[in-house]
Design a protein around this ligand. Sequence first.
Ligand code: SF4
Length: 379
Amino acid sequence: AEPRPHSASGEGTAERDLAELAPPARSARRWTPKRVVVTPAALDEPHGQRIVARVEALGIEVERLTANRLTGVRGETDRETYARAKSTLAVVVSPPSKRRLQPISPSADWRVDLAEGCPAHCQYCYLAGSLSGPPVTRVYADLDDILANLTSYAGTGEVTSRSAARRHEGTTFEASCYSDPLALDHLTGSWQRAVEHFGAWDAPVQLRWTTKFADVDRFVALDHRGRTRVRFSVNCLPVTRRWEGGTSTLEQRLDAVRRLALADYPVGLTIAPIMPLEDWRDHYGELLELVGRAVDDVADLDLTAELITHRFTAGSKEVLTGWYPRTTLEMDEARRSVKRGKFGTTKHVYPREVMAELRGWFTTALAERVPACRVLYWT
Ligand code: SF4
């Protein structure tokens, strides 16, 4: 089936986009980059022009680069490079390799990237070690082509064909593997357009993403047709407050879950990274109580949970300890077991007995405290 032309990508929508730049209703956190650059190739793309108009309407200057290469991000020290890169937004065209989608089990059938990089400062960030170079946030100007390219993937994919519990979702596309959508959408409008694209697509498909931001005002009234599942990445308060710099608070994220659920979106929790801190049962118990309270009167709630324990690799540890040299996050190989991946990769995960204890507790506690919630997977 063909997706219908993107309803919002035609004429006359620039005004609508710009009218939506009002400050968020419930003081959800919004990132203001210090430097925004656009490449010549990105400026040739309609969506590149839309992003530039949007950013300039927010009063942020946009630097037009003369070549398609990003320069001026490295500082004198690693710290300076990190700070500069994390406060830079680059509007670029995505690499051609992105047109061949990669499978992304167990989360979804396919990964689709609308951006790469994130302005937040989580000290366990899963992007560390996955992306190379300074952590600049790059947003893709060729959005219309990226969305059009998905057409041939409808009806394919292992995750939803193998899982009876998920077959009704159709082919699933994960749009947050290398970024955080709600940290960026106020600057780009890309995920908003993607929601409308999936809403208008006449085929069994689902768009999904996970976020640590709560800026959902622009999404509430979209014609999503239930084809986008927004999951909020949540953790117990000690983890959130200590190690998730620059993100929305837990309370704001849970308010956002509630608002989207009331707007008939399928929603989800990505409880990650789960850590057996001291008194973890109490802390995660409190988290589940807060979740339960946020959604307990939502009619026809469609809520899932993905449960992911903390892990690290030699590469991610090296990058993270460079970015956050004083971190108190435990990344001690001696306290972990080694898990070998398909391509010879090794991850440091919690030992089997710790995993079993965590898993058992979460399964029971979720069923008791948030009974409507369906667990999709544990890892
Ligand atoms: Fe990394 Fe996600 Fe935190 Fe962004 S919000 S810094 S992508 S873990």
